[in-house]
Write a protein that binds this ligand. Structure first.
Ligand SMILES: O=C(O)CCC(=O)C(=O)O
Ligand SMILES: [Fe+2]
Length: 270
């Protein structure tokens, strides 16, 4: 499929950089991201493109890496015995999902076409306030299909590496699989450990916002300082999410240790 057949260009007129409708759209989305730490773009892709991506994910599913782990909100599997039991580093939570790396699903999958298409990359750069964005050049990381079957979930965590995260809901679960976020749980200067502990212990449900995402919705969020999680998926329908990783510098490849844990790749021995 050509990119113009994938993106809902009527709702998102991103083709012509000089189109005032495009400028107004991007300005609105940027403002919303800055204010709320997330912004959702419903019906970003057309139904046929979404169906093709779902079929690609289902065909590739036997190649997925099952990630089941107990980890803290900083994504480490080990706590820190020098810290108290109720320090966030020592609060371990269960997470489980199935990850399809970039090189494990079809090259003509619409999520790959979108990822490499300049009008989308440029739109995202403007929304996140970054001058230029580059494709990630790792064999595993650029765009992934993240699948959750019944019982899979993601526990409260901060995203560690990227200034923003972009997801595209390809297929929602029948129930569960809700995305919740606590905006600005910490800042770059203040790890806010006491508050993080209270959120992890379930003491602040009023501070969590539920981000509604229907199938076809693109979501951009700043997950580095805002705790977020996905509630356990229920029902027979697989929750399938495209996850896009853009970089602010060219030529970025992944850390072999990350690729070993996230994608189950063997680490080369020196
Ligand atoms: O599956 C989701 O909705 C969110 C996944 C997530 O936390 C992430 O990509 O950082
Ligand atoms: Fe995350």
């Amino acid at each position: 499929m050509r990119p113009e057949e994938i993106v809902n260009l009527e709702a998102y007129p991103i083709l012509d950089p000089s189109d005032p409708k495009r400028a107004a759209l991007v300005a609105r989305l940027k403002k919303e991201l800055d204010e709320k730490q997330y912004v959702s773009l419903p019906d970003f892709i057309k139904p046929e493109a979404r169906q093709k991506a779902v079929a690609d994910a289902m065909a590739a599913l036997p190649n997925a890496h099952h990630n089941g782990s107990r980890r803290n909100c900083y994504l480490y599997r080990q706590g820190d015995p020098s810290l108290p039991d109720d320090h966030p580093s020592n609060i371990m939570m269960e997470a489980s999902s199935r990850m399809l790396a970039y090189d494990r699903f079809a090259d003509d999958c619409p999520v790959k076409t979108l990822y490499h298409w300049e009008p989308v990359r440029q739109m995202v750069a403007e929304i996140v306030g970054s001058e230029t964005l580059y494709d990630n050049e790792d064999p595993c990381q650029p765009v992934n299909l993240l699948c959750y079957q019944t019982g899979d979930r993601s526990a409260w965590h901060f995203d560690s590496v990227n200034a923003f995260t972009m997801t595209l809901m390809l297929q929602a679960s029948e129930s569960g699989g809700d995305f919740e976020m606590v905006p600005n749980t910490r800042t770059d200067d203040d790890p806010n450990h006491d508050y993080v502990t209270r959120v992890l212990k379930g003491d602040c449900p009023q501070d969590a916002v539920s981000v509604a995402r229907e199938a076809g919705a693109l979501c951009i969020f700043r997950g580095c300082n805002s705790l977020h999680r996905v509630s356990p998926v229920e029902g027979a329908t697989m929750r399938i999410m495209g996850v896009f990783v853009y970089e602010t510098e060219p030529g970025i490849v992944g850390d072999p240790e990350v690729n070993a844990t996230v994608y189950g790749r063997a680490q080369a021995t020196a």
